[in-house]
Write a protein of this length. Structure first.
Length: 367
């Protein structure tokens, strides 16, 4: 196997696919990238058996179609360290590969491409096309509510739901829930729910751009695939049943508070400085036209913030985890945000005042 390629053209796809490689691996070959030369193109593949990333780049020259696997981290570090614009000559023979550029030369050990685990061929039941920026925004508005290493494994991921002309993402860790919906110009979409694992969500957020370039999403029984012109991302799905999020959405709340998002965010942020580092609780005292936020800690220190709000109901005292409130404030784009509450023991529904495409539910804390 022999090919030459410009360092700058090689580095980006190399960094993209190496994101799927697991550093703590049980199979030595999972620390490697699969390099395949086909018809003047170099195809790079990285996987950890759960997530697979594939990217292609045109070669300046190649002698024949061949494939080999090389250590991912070492190859990325070598290519990154070479001067901008330099030409790299890659040669693989037997159980080693040579990377040459100018007067630099590196010899790497290789493993057979035949042993590299490819995600099995699968058929998609649903396919939809949207913009990268729309899909990324949908995920960014909910991903922070995913659980992390919860024994309820189905919470360690994000629910994607398709329905006629609609794509929705939902994430919950049992204490809070985030939901976002976007319109897809495909009226015939069938109703389907799948759970994408946490690592897949994190990788997708890293890979997707904020632009209008098209992205194709394919969903099968056990996999989801997201394709852009530059790369193909495939992830296994979590085999489990996601909680019925509709039952979690509070209804019948009669106390509605409207406030400026930035003022709230800064007030919560300042109050959090003196909150208990372990429990992160803040107390909200609502009265007509006013919200008082207080935080205390075991050292008997206290923070108090009083802000003006649009509220005309009865007085109410309720406690929340301030980190959850700050996450929501940081992911709402509108200037005005509304809280719908019923009593001190019921969840709060938080929404942008004039945008019904996303909403957030936070359970109260006993303080």
């Amino acid at each position: 196997m022999k090919f030459s390629i410009n360092r700058d053209a090689f580095l980006k796809p190399l960094q993209v696919v190496s994101g799927a490689v697991e550093r703590r691996h049980t199979l030595p070959i999972l620390a490697n990238l699969l390099l395949q030369v086909e018809n003047g193109q170099l195809k790079l593949t990285g996987t950890d058996l759960e997530v697979e990333l594939v990217s292609s780049v045109a070669l300046e020259s190649a002698d024949m179609d061949a494939s080999v696997t090389v250590p991912a981290k070492k190859l990325v570090d070598i290519v990154r360290s070479l001067p901008d614009g330099s030409v790299i000559e890659f040669t693989a023979e037997g159980d080693s590969a040579t990377v040459k550029s100018g007067r630099s030369k590196f010899k790497l050990s290789t493993l057979s491409a035949d042993d590299f685990p490819n995600i099995d061929d699968w058929k998609s039941d649903i396919q939809l096309v949207t913009e990268q920026g729309i899909l990324k925004d949908l995920m960014e508005k909910t991903h922070f509510s995913m659980a992390n290493q919860d024994v309820r494994y189905y919470l360690n991921g994000m629910l994607f739901e398709t329905d006629s002309g609609m794509l929705r993402s939902v994430a919950t860790d049992g204490h809070r829930l985030a939901m976002s919906t976007c319109a897809i110009d495909q009226p015939g979409l069938t109703q389907r729910q799948v759970i994408v694992p946490r690592k897949g969500v994190v990788e997708l957020l890293r890979l997707l751009g904020d632009d209008e370039h098209e992205v194709t999403v394919s969903i099968g029984n056990n996999h989801i695939r997201v394709e852009t012109p530059e790369l193909m991302f495939t992830s296994k799905l979590v085999d489990g049943r996601f909680p019925d999020y509709r039952r979690v959405l509070p209804s019948g709340g009669d106390k509605v508070v409207v406030a400026d998002r930035d003022i709230l965010r800064h007030a919560f942020s300042r109050a959090s400085i003196l909150s208990n580092e372990k429990f992160r609780g803040v107390r909200l005292n609502l009265s007509s036209g006013e919200l008082c936020i207080t935080a205390t800690n075991p050292e008997q220190e206290q923070a108090e913030e009083i802000i003006e709000v649009d509220y005309q109901g009865d007085d109410l005292e309720i406690g929340f985890n301030v980190s959850y409130l700050l996450d929501v404030m940081s992911n709402i784009d509108e200037e005005q945000v509304s809280f719908t509450l019923s009593d001190s023991n019921s969840s709060a529904l938080i929404e942008p005042q004039h945008d019904d495409s996303c909403c957030y539910v936070i359970m109260p804390m006993r303080l």
